[in-house]
Design a binder for this molecule. Structure first.
Ligand code: NDP
Ligand code: 2IT
Length: 448
């Protein structure tokens, strides 16, 4: 075994030992470390200063009880979290996830990834993630409101516009951010940009709702254009039917592609005729207003069929996983390749299992890892913070142009750091480009 492989193995064994049972967190660290250790092989200062070891330890983890009362008057208990991972290059920044699968491992993987992603945006933001095992599905607006208020009663003392600025993620959208911001303002008696993804009326930024989905599609278009191709005319499979997935559909349509799938946790719909603007309107109403299941799409439109499982068996040229982590396994990755998939842009965080990533990498397709592909959301969150602190509101076109520019800059950073004799290893490029800034800042601070 060479020295680099030996160091990597020792490091990963240490991470496993210190974080027993946290499989998602171990997976995220392993994916990053496999590309960083070769990069720092000839840079002893990073080893001496234990940069990778320190980056794999959150600055702090806050865990708290969230009691709330349901509509029947029952007292319910949830667990709340904020993982403040790394604030070397700016205040902690990252979303809140409300989903029954939320646990420390999931939030640590997300906070770790967020640190690299935020660095890639070029904006001054550190990494964090939080949330709860609360399940918003089937809850009334009043129940969601009471939960959000109770969550903020504890969270408010740990966050602040220059300390830690949460936003949305799975299960946390405009409705939840409104309830959370309302409660923060009431407790603190301060109107500040302490959350992003706010409503436009109270300090939200235009384009933030669309930014993650649009950004993942811009990144795909950037990768294709580099090799003289484009989305125009291509068949696209998308998973999920939430915030990221729906705005990815909209942007693929703008760029002339045809989206043939969407999904939720019960299964996927396949619409060979494509999910056009009218059908997308239906999905937005179904998911954001009626809060129904994607199966209803197939009842509404004759061209579509509903299937259990995940959409990756449907032939497509491009795939955009936009639902959740580990939603493409090795077999599904190989099926995508066999069916002619030439590009993957990850709207979701860590949607591809490590063996699936290996399959994409070996096939040398255009594979954009999540920390690059979905960075558009947090990038526009960063712009929302700037607008809030200077009490201005920028125009939609200007913000969309800034989003496009940011995605292109991230793409070009990946090309700079991931160029392997002409083939671009976007995974290595994103990890290294994200790492360098945070690592340099940590070196400047000494062993803090
Ligand atoms: P939403 O809550 O709006 O939508 C999530 C979608 O994914 C829903 O269709 C949901 O189906 C599905 N889903 C969630 N969990 C699972 C699961 N365990 N199995 C199958 N399907 C599931 O979330 P977002 O669109 O905001 O987030 C989607 C992904 O994008 C996440 O990985 C998130 O971390 C990532 N992301 C989000 C950003 C943002 O700005 N919102 C920014 C960057 C990344 P169902 O309704 O049945 O649960
Ligand atoms: O994973 C992510 O980047 C997000 N959920 C968005 C975070 C943010 O602060 O906008």
């Amino acid at each position: 075994m060479n020295k680099t492989a030996e160091y990597l193995e020792r490091f990963l064994n240490g991470v496993k030992k210190r974080n027993p049972g946290e499989t998602e967190f171990q997976q995220a660290v392993s994916e990053v470390a496999s590309t960083i250790f070769p990069y720092i092989a000839d840079k002893p200062i990073y080893h001496k200063m234990q940069i990778m070891e320190r980056m794999a330890e959150p600055d702090r983890v806050i865990m708290f009880r969230v009691p709330w009362t349901d509509d029947k008057g029952n007292i319910r208990n949830q667990r709340g979290y904020r993982v403040q991972f790394n604030n070397s290059i700016g205040p902690y920044k990252g979303g809140l996830r409300f989903h029954p699968s939320v646990n420390l491992s999931v939030l640590k993987f997300l906070g770790y990834e967020q640190t690299f992603k935020n660095s890639l945006t070029g904006l001054p933001m550190g990494g964090a993630k939080g949330g709860s095992d609360f399940n918003p599905k089937g809850k009334t607006d009043n129940e969601v409101m009471r939960f959000c208020q109770s969550f903020m009663v504890e969270l408010h003392r740990h966050i602040g516009e220059d300390t830690d600025v949460p936003a949305g993620d799975i299960g946390v959208g405009a409705r939840e951010i409104g309830y959370l911001f309302g409660m923060y303002k009431r407790i603190e008696n301060r109107f500040v940009g302490v959350l992003t993804g706010k409503g436009i009326e109270f300090g939200g930024s235009k384009i933030r709702t669309e930014a993650t989905g649009y950004g993942a599609v811009y990144f795909m278009e950037n990768m294709l254009q580099r090799v003289g191709d484009s989305i125009d005319g291509k068949t696209v499979a998308i998973s999920g039917s939430g915030n990221v997935a729906t705005y990815a559909v909209e942007k693929v349509n703008h760029l002339g592609g045809k989206v043939v799938t969407l999904s939720d946790s019960s299964g996927f719909v396949h619409d060979p005729e494509g999910i056009d603007a009218n059908k997308l309107e239906y999905v937005l109403d179904l998911k954001n207003v009626r809060r129904g299941r994607i199966k209803e799409y197939a009842d509404e439109f004759n061209s579509a069929t509903f299937h259990e499982g995940r959409p990756w068996i449907v032939p497509c040229a491009l795939a955009l996983p936009c639902a959740t982590q580990n939603e493409i396994n090795e077999e599904e990755a190989k099926t995508l390749l066999k069916n002619g998939c030439i590009g993957v842009s990850e709207g979701a965080n860590m949607p591809t299992e490590l063996a699936g990533i290996d399959a994409f990498q070996q096939a040398k397709i255009l594979y954009a890892p999540s920390k690059a592909a979905n960075a558009g959301g947090v990038a526009v969150s960063g712009l929302e913070m700037s607008q809030n602190s200077s009490r201005v509101s920028w125009k939609e076109d200007d913000l969309d142009n800034l989003l496009k520019e940011t995605m292109l800059n991230i793409h070009d950073s990946c090309v700079e750091y991931g160029n392997e004799a002409g083939h671009i290893n976007y995974l290595a490029g994103a990890n290294i480009a994200g790492f360098v800034k945070v690592a340099e800042a940590m070196l400047s601070f000494g062993h803090t």
